[in-house]
Design a protein around this ligand. Structure first.
Ligand code: EPU
Length: 328
């Protein structure tokens, strides 16, 4: 465990925030489990009497997150190195129970091993990036995840928050998810044991270790064409190349908001271009706050509240934050 070296700033897409007091960098799901247990023991042991133990947090791709400035107390476990993507390997003995998540095939994930050649599934560990996963699926001609093209971040976060948009979402292809319970035990949840909803897989705070994804084999040209189309459209309406945390607010209930998205509400209320320091509401899309260079976490958080108050005053609609906040 390293003290004071855990630079959270560089590990999230908005580029604000300070450093983690302690940081752990496991390389496999098993190491992540060990890190989780060790970190909890550590914060219990070092807690001062009558005070709550410091928090233990898991950091994925930092794509949907605002981190406070300064030192973040407690332990941050990053998933950056837990990043393998592979095709399921069939058990050597057909009668053996299948545990595709336990594998960890080295090398090119596009190469099927043994009987797996016709298997339209991929296994991804939590720290695999979503862009790497999409590239692998595209190269294999596996359809089903094109809708999340352009979404940054890691598989773990994408699964936990059911990342997605107009053209589809992560749970469209989830078959099984391996999670870490809060007490450190590992469990596999089949898709029908879970109740994913809009921007929330409802995993109850469990940590995603890895996932088995089932695709439709369709061939590379069709998959690639859809990815290009969606990416072109996204580039036109979202500040994809700027530092941001993605959409700040969840879209409100269509009945309450008469079908208007959060971005449209901010736009209609005149919120585009509002700023605090270098944090600015994107002139391209009202649901994005971009960091123009030197924004602090306080700038971003204050601007988020300004925008929420503005929309509430003008429409009576109270927008709910989509981005997570790690602030003491
Ligand atoms: N609109 C405006 N003004 C704006 C922004 C949008 O009038 O400033 C209008 C658009 O013209 C469109 C409607 O609002 O008619 C919806 O906008 P958009 O198509 O951009 O979709 P969205 O609902 O704002 C959702 C997801 C995005 C995802 C896109 C595309 C949420 C909160 N957002 O955005 O996800 O990329 O669909 O699939 O669900 C994210 O979750 O971080 C995210 C960016």
């Amino acid at each position: 465990m390293s003290r004071g070296l855990g630079d959270v700033y560089k590990r999230q897409t908005l580029r604000v925030g300070g450093v983690a007091e302690w940081m752990l960098e496991p390389r496999t799901p098993e190491e992540l489990r060990e890190a989780w247990i060790a970190a909890h023991e550590f914060v219990q042991e070092t807690a001062t009497r009558d005070a709550e133990p410091a928090p233990v947090r898991v950091l994925g791709g930092g794509a949907n997150l605002v981190v406070g400035d300064g030192v973040l107390p407690g332990v941050v476990i990053t998933t950056e190195k837990v990043r393998r993507i592979f095709r399921p390997t069939a058990p050597p003995d057909e009668s053996a129970p299948e545990d595709v998540l336990a594998g960890s095939v080295e090398g090119d994930p596009r190469i099927a091993q043994g009987r797996a050649a016709d298997d339209p599934r991929l296994v991804a560990w939590c720290g695999a990036t979503l862009p790497a996963l999409l590239r692998t699926a595209r190269d294999l001609g596996f359809a089903g995840l094109e809708g999340i093209v352009g979404v940054p971040g890691h598989v773990g976060g994408g699964v936990a928050m059911n990342a997605g948009g107009r053209w589809g979402e992560m749970w469209d292809v989830v078959e099984t998810v391996r999670v870490l319970e809060l007490d450190g035990t590992v469990r596999d949840l089949a898709r029908d044991e879970c109740s994913p909803s809009y921007r929330n897989a409802n995993l109850g705070g469990r940590v995603v270790l890895g996932v088995v994804l089932r695709f439709e084999p369709e061939g590379r040209p069709a998959v690639e064409a859809r990815m290009r189309q969606y990416l072109t459209e996204k580039n036109r309406v979202q500040p994809v190349t700027e530092w941001s945390a993605g959409c700040v607010f969840k879209n409100p209930d269509p009945e309450v908001a008469e079908g208007r998205s959060a971005g449209r509400l901010v736009d209609e209320c005149g919120g585009k271009g509002l700023s605090r320091g270098d944090a600015v509401v994107s002139p391209l899309h009202g649901n994005f706050i971009v960091n123009q260079g030197e924004a602090t976490s306080v700038d971003v958080l204050t601007l988020m509240e300004d925008v929420r108050d503005l929309v509430a005053q003008k429409t009576g609609i109270w927008l709910e934050f989509e981005v997570k906040r790690w602030v003491e």
